[in-house]
Design a protein around this ligand. Structure first.
Ligand SMILES: C[S@@+](CC[C@H](N)C(=O)[O-])C[C@H]1O[C@@H](n2cnc3c(N)ncnc32)[C@H](O)[C@@H]1O
Length: 441
């Protein structure tokens, strides 16, 4: 374990600086020759610290009134968070923690680390929950989620539903892979998986989707993944392309395309017999999209780096099907990407809502009469979901809402018709929203 400490601290620092846990850990695993057990210990500590970050930080802040977590540098913060996890979550004795961290904290002796560790160790539950009287502030510590997020959930669904939902944020959502029919077929992938001792079950809702039960090697290291025969794609995300229900020869626009999981799914469903325009604003992500579409064998695709909010300045074409899968708060992904819980604030949420509104408005200018727009997010907030759709339909009476078939989640009613929501505690998927809008003839 002691040789892993620098790697754990570096990873925590990098995530604190804004990078995603998965990309940081993937990099360190590639760069360092770790054993399987070292790799899983690294993942365990970084994920668990970020899953419980508010409680860990609350311990640190409560330990000393003169101490400000915001004023210390990233590295020290990482050290204190790791130490607190070991002391309070893992309940390790203080001598063991000090010995483990000794080589790392020599340089920060000025911080007076040891008394802080003692005072963290001595904190009781009563002290930690002092002044946490209402449901939301208590639940924030019980379920490791920001109080303002919990208040939003309660406004949307009430306390009981919120509690059930929150309880899944510490659980792992199953991994799914979609067999890419442009490069392989289900039988070939199933045979390959059996040979590699990857156990799976076939999903009964979505064709070509396999749920991974256990695996002897990480899926990205398999030949199937590296040759584009499979795509790691969440079940909820694979639903969007089915709801789009494109037909051969449709002109299709994917307004927020990278990294292209849904784009490649749309192409596969139509056996490349469609013309897809895939747009993304971010040049680096466009490069990823280009490489990925090549690997996955997607043809008849035009990839464009452009701002989709004003795409009608780029083209005078109209499209039969448009997918709007915009950036969002990612509040549906808290179990697989716990760092997202702590990144978002209310102002960011407003920014997402404005962008989503503009993108949907632009889609309405680019769609043919009788054409279909599918709007999807991996958010659980109504502001980014049904509120966007109802405001849009209030302003645009030449559009109507259609049932977003197939239904694998929960149908929710709006004043204009039905939309679909998926919840981790009900559907064992990430939180997801999907609506289907048709332009009247
Ligand atoms: C949720 S991700 C899309 C995921 C993708 N649909 C998939 O299934 O793989 C949102 C994407 O929208 C892109 N984006 C953000 N603002 C945009 C804009 N104004 N125009 C076009 N793309 C944009 C981001 O760069 C990001 O790649």
């Amino acid at each position: 374990m002691s040789n892993l400490v620098p790697l754990i601290l570096t990873s925590l620092t990098q995530v604190d600086e804004g990078r995603s846990i998965r990309s940081v850990l993937r990099f360190h695993v590639q760069e360092n020759d770790l054993t399987d057990s070292e790799e899983s210990l690294l993942y365990y500590h970084v994920f668990e610290i970020y899953r419980r970050l508010n409680l860990i930080d609350h311990y640190i802040k409560t330990s000393s009134s003169s101490f400000s977590l915001k004023k210390i540098n990233f590295r020290m913060r990482a050290l204190l968070r790791f130490a607190t996890q070991l002391l309070k979550i893992e309940e390790k004795p203080i001598s063991e923690v000090v010995e483990l961290l000794q080589p790392q904290y020599r340089g920060i002796a000025d911080l007076g680390l040891e008394p802080i560790l003692h005072s963290i160790k001595d904190l009781t539950k009563d002290i930690i929950y002092e002044n946490k009287h209402d449901f939301a502030s208590k639940a924030a510590l019980d379920f490791f989620t920001p109080t303002w997020v919990i208040r939003k959930f309660i406004d949307q669904w009430g306390e009981d539903f919120t509690k059930e939902l929150l309880s899944t944020f510490l659980e792992t959502i199953p991994t799914y892979v979609r067999v890419n029919e442009l490069k392989s077929d289900v039988e070939e992938v199933k045979t390959g998986f059996k040979q590699q001792e990857i156990s799976f079950t076939e999903d009964t809702d979505i064709p070509n989707l396999l749920r991974i039960e256990s695996t002897s090697i990480p899926i990205p290291r398999t030949e199937e993944f590296q040759r584009g025969k499979i795509v790691i794609q969440q079940k909820a995300s694979a639903l969007a392309s089915l709801v789009l229900d494109s037909k051969p020869d449709d002109l299709i626009l994917d307004m927020c395309a990278s990294p292209g999981s849904k784009t490649s799914h749309i192409a596969a469903l139509l056996h490349n017999k469609s013309m897809i325009t895939a747009v993304d604003i971010n040049p680096e992500r466009v490069k990823i999209l280009e490489e990925r579409m090549k690997l996955l064998g997607v043809q008849n695709i035009k990839i464009v780096q452009y701002d989709s909010k004003k795409f009608n300045q780029y083209t005078d074409k109209k499209f039969d099907r448009i997918l709007v899968d915009p950036p969002c708060s990612s509040s549906g992904t808290y179990s697989s990407r716990p760092e997202n819980k702590w990144k978002l604030n209310k102002r960011d949420l407003r920014w997402y809502v404005d962008l989503q509104t503009d993108l949907l408005e632009e889609a309405s200018r680019l769609i043919t009469p009788n054409g279909v727009i599918v709007y999807s997010t991996c958010s659980l907030f109504h502001d980014e979901n049904q509120h966007i759709i109802t405001s849009f339909l209030e302003e645009n009476d030449n559009f109507s809402l259609e049932k977003p078939l197939p239904i694998i989640g929960k149908i929710m009613n709006t004043p204009f018709g039905e939309v679909q929501e998926l919840f981790p505690h009900l559907h064992q998927t990430e939180g997801f929203f999907i609506a289907k809008i048709r332009k009247k003839k």
